[in-house]
Design a binder for this molecule. Sequence first.
Ligand code: NAD
Ligand SMILES: O=C(O)C(=O)C[C@@H](O)[C@H](O)[C@H](O)COP(=O)(O)O
Length: 545
Amino acid sequence: MSPRIVLIGPMGVGKSTVGRLLAERLGVGYRDTDDDIVTAENRTVADIFVDDGEAAFRAIEKRAVRTALTEHEGVLALGGGSVLDADTRALLASRQVVYLSMEVEEAVRRTGLGAARPLLAVNPRKQWRELMQARRHLYEEVATAVVPTDGRTPEEVTEAVLDALEPETVFPGEQDPRPEDAVVNDVTRIRIGGTAGSEPYEVLVGRQLLGELAGLVGDRAKRVAVVHPEALAETGEALRADLAGQGYEAIAIQVPNAEEAKTAEVAAYCWKALGQSGFTRTDVIVGVGGGATTDLAGFVAATWLRGVRWIAVPTTVLAMVDAAVGGKTGINTAEGKNLVGAFHPPAGVLCDLAALDSLSVNDYVSGLAEVIKAGFIADPVILDLIESDPEAARTPAGPHTAELIERSIRVKADVVSSDLKESGLREILNYGHTLGHAIEKNERYKWRHGAAVSVGMHFAAELGRLAGRLDDATADRHRAILESVGLPLHYRHDQWPKLLENMKVDKKSRGDLLRFIVLDGLAKPTVLEGPDPAVLLAAYGEVGE
Ligand SMILES: NC(=O)c1ccc[n+]([C@@H]2O[C@H](COP(=O)([O-])OP(=O)(O)OC[C@H]3O[C@@H](n4cnc5c(N)ncnc54)[C@H](O)[C@@H]3O)[C@@H](O)[C@H]2O)c1
Ligand SMILES: O=C(O)C(=O)C[C@@H](O)[C@H](O)[C@H](O)COP(=O)(O)O
């Protein structure tokens, strides 16, 4: 959830009156964070200032704004000083924020010496000028539109705001960039557009989705191979038996758990099983498991007979939001992570949320690293949802599980729909992975992928900050959110030379040039090419322990 419009501006500018009129015009609810605070504290804003001081009020206000940004879908008015907080400003990035402005004479006329305005109690004209000197640039920094209110009635201001809004805000849905996404019977279908050479397909998110499997396999297939890890032997066998019951010659191919499956030897074992069962070009592979299994199964499908159809049934958060979506398949080699592979999109992806119930907490949390990555590179609402209750985000029973997964899938779907083969935009999905993959190799693939990516994102944030690209608040937010869900931030300091060596074979490197994805700001990913080695080392200085 996210407000359709956020109103900011100084006290007395008319945010409440205009906010209510706007909400009425748009047919949505109205909310005001000052009202939330008064209700929660059972005191007026002025009383909180007098009793506890401004700093205490700002801390209460910051929490109130964060909660409202996560919970409210209509028009939201923020208190005049809320933009003083850098974290709050970062939260407002990429939202529709309207700054209602007014000049000093109008302000003094409207606010006067009212006791309810604690910051203007004495000499209002002087106080106002000082206040606006401190705040005007902050309002302008976060605003997507500025609407002057001087000499205008609230109705006229409301009209001006409506004129200034992006059409999508006023007529939501009419310009939906993903009109093909649909929710039927609690199953969300996210369509991934086919670029040149690949068919479009759907990612289904819901429960009890296995009834969809045979339809995806289709009637041209005679044989189906279900590739599953040891940990999911029962699930693999249940799928095989179900497909056999529907008339297919179904085999199960059990592979090792986790990264041990992503080797040339295991791929060769699968090829042998396919060969022995007489698998032809119309037959279908089903990869059921975490990202390691779906990467392997997709790779086997890409290479068998130079490419057969495959269906992904991801059973971890990480595989649902990332690995099983988008068509990157592959295995590791002794020299590095995912060094051998192919772009080979699946024919469909079934994300059955019930599968997550049996996942260990560590494997669940590992997946949150890719969810958080999607938040930082493209969809900050993901971050708001996690920050609203990090403890709940660590379990499938959390209130936002489905929304977090769906939002992350949409981020990936949007990117890979326009750049399947990573000729440009797709590189942003590699945020945190340059160092992350180097750590995984250094640990001989015993670290969880998400844990390594978490340290890698911390590094990328520090690199962005030290390279003068990323603001302090957004860089700090990385540490706070990753830590809040229990992901690691640090790695051994003395390993830097080895990590640097490992990073040279990263797929984004060009010749001797190291390339990193960093942020220019929240949800503004970009490429940093050939950073100064001293800056790299300094960034690692923040990560190493
Ligand atoms: N292709 C891509 O675009 C892409 C994107 C992100 C990550 N990846 C890859 O994904 C892999 C990591 O995936 P992962 O985090 O899912 O780890 P994983 O596949 O190693 O699974 C983690 C562990 O959980 C077990 N498991 C899986 N589902 C389970 C369930 N429902 N209940 C109980 N146990 C279950 C697995 O057998 C394994 O032991 C890495 O190899 C990474 O490189 C690929
Ligand atoms: O889909 C992509 O593109 C990604 O980069 C997603 C990553 O999260 C994922 O770990 C991917 O496997 C990394 O790809 P690689 O090309 O760097 O091996």
